[in-house]
Design a protein around this ligand. Structure first.
Ligand SMILES: Cc1ncc(COP(=O)(O)O)c(C=O)c1O
Length: 386
């Protein structure tokens, strides 16, 4: 049977690394997971209990397409709690993870063939989802001096219908402060460019909190998720905030594409909104892990790293060690027993010389992983990978 050219997207390399790590584990190897961008912790306990109760008493059928009204209200209340922003719950769309939100957003905002800008390095699936929707991703190389986030000067000569930013970003963990976010939003507003803000790592900061685009404008799409701060990757539940005049368009798309997000996951998400103590304890663990990474990676020989403001990643420039991050990551996995992500996932060009280390797992794993990396690097004959 014929297959479409738009379906021929690139693999998500980190998923391939995860699979290779799983194969080694199945063969009896011990692997430390510094590749995965997911918490090692489960969904908060009280949230899982809420689901157990709901399962005992309810049928868990379809919900309305935009999500349980009480969950939409709970998410709107989070904007008051986190940013002091009053948000009409009607503008909140509950989705099957932020991944489904991207499908909805890109379909609602763009015509086939439109060019959509994204900062490089950046989350790889933006590019692939855009391509699968017959849109044209436009990579915007960002600069180290701007902490690998786009600035208006990078956008000036770039023709595009939309721009996606992520703060804190993946793979860098760097953030756009209020002034930087405002500058990007003003630039886009001036040129009629739709602004999409991926805020999936909000809640996970180690200094100042992240700024939401909604603190600056209502004329944007904001995408978020229960996957990261709320420790619920596998539940596949996220949300999107859209301008008032886009609600009905998105509702019709959501009805037809998804019917609704999983009912069970919405129940867990609603209860998770109230589990602050447990979630903040997770954040304390990440903060400790981050410190260990910032101390331990340079000792192992990964010296070119910028301290991340948020999320749970360290992005390292390994140009002094390799020109082939895929081969280097494979070598680290097989020789050191540590799974890491090659930068090629995030930047098709400069990513040949970068690696992403995740510190989302338990502190004991981070200590062991760093020890393995140090031992591995010390044994390498000339410190170079060819
Ligand atoms: C920046 C960013 N956006 C979106 C996602 C997708 O998350 P989910 O679909 O689990 O909400 C990820 C996952 O790692 C991510 O790093």
């Amino acid at each position: 049977m014929k297959s479409s050219s738009r379906g021929a997207v690139d693999p998500f390399i980190v998923m391939d690394v995860m699979e290779e790590a799983r194969r080694l584990e199945a063969a009896g190897r011990s692997i430390i997971h510094m590749e995965v961008g997911q918490p090692g912790t489960p969904a908060p306990e009280a949230a899982r209990e809420a689901l157990a109760q709901a399962m005992a008493t309810g049928s868990l059928g379809y919900t309305v397409a935009l999500g349980l009204p009480e969950l939409r209200s709970g998410i709107a209340a989070l904007y008051r709690r986190w940013y002091g922003v009053d948000l009409d719950p009607a503008r909140v769309v509950v989705t099957s993870g932020s991944s489904a939100a991207f499908l909805l957003a890109f379909t609602a905002l763009f015509e086939a063939g439109d060019r959509v800008g994204l900062g490089e390095p950046g989350y790889p699936s933006y590019r692939q989802i855009l391509r699968a929707l017959s849109l044209r991703p436009v990579g915007i190389p960002t600069q180290v001096e701007n902490r690998l986030q786009p600035v208006p000067a990078d956008l000036e000569s770039v023709e595009m219908a939309g721009l996606i930013v992520a703060s804190p970003g993946n793979p860098t963990g760097t953030m756009l402060d209020h002034a930087a976010m405002t500058a990007l939003i003003s630039h886009c507003a001036g040129r009629g460019i739709s602004f999409v803000s991926d805020e999936i790592y909000h809640g996970l900061h180690y200094g100042a909190r992240a700024v939401s685009a909604l603190e600056i404008t209502d004329d944007c799409y904001v995408i978020n998720s229960f996957s990261k701060y709320f420790s619920m990757t596998g539940w596949r539940v996220g949300w999107m905030v859209v301008p008032e005049d886009h609600i009905r368009t998105v509702e019709r798309l959501a009805q037809n594409m998804f019917i609704c997000p999983p009912h069970a996951s919405q129940i867990v998400a609603l209860a998770a909104l109230g589990c602050i103590d447990e979630l903040e304890a997770n954040r304390t663990t990440y903060a400790k892990n981050r410190q260990l990474m910032l101390e331990g990676l340079p000792l192992a020989g990964f010296t070119k790293i910028a301290p991340p403001d948020g999320a749970f990643y360290v992005y390292a420039d390994v140009s002094d060690l390799t020109g082939d991050s895929l081969a280097f990551a494979r070598e680290i996995l097989h020789e050191a027993g540590v799974a890491v992500t090659p930068g090629l996932d995030f930047d098709p060009v400069r990513g040949r010389q970068t690696l992403r280390f995740s510190y989302a797992r338990a502190t004991g794993d981070i200590i062991e992983g760093l020890a393995r990396l140090r031992a591995f690097m010390a044994l390498r004959p000339d410190g170079n990978v060819r």
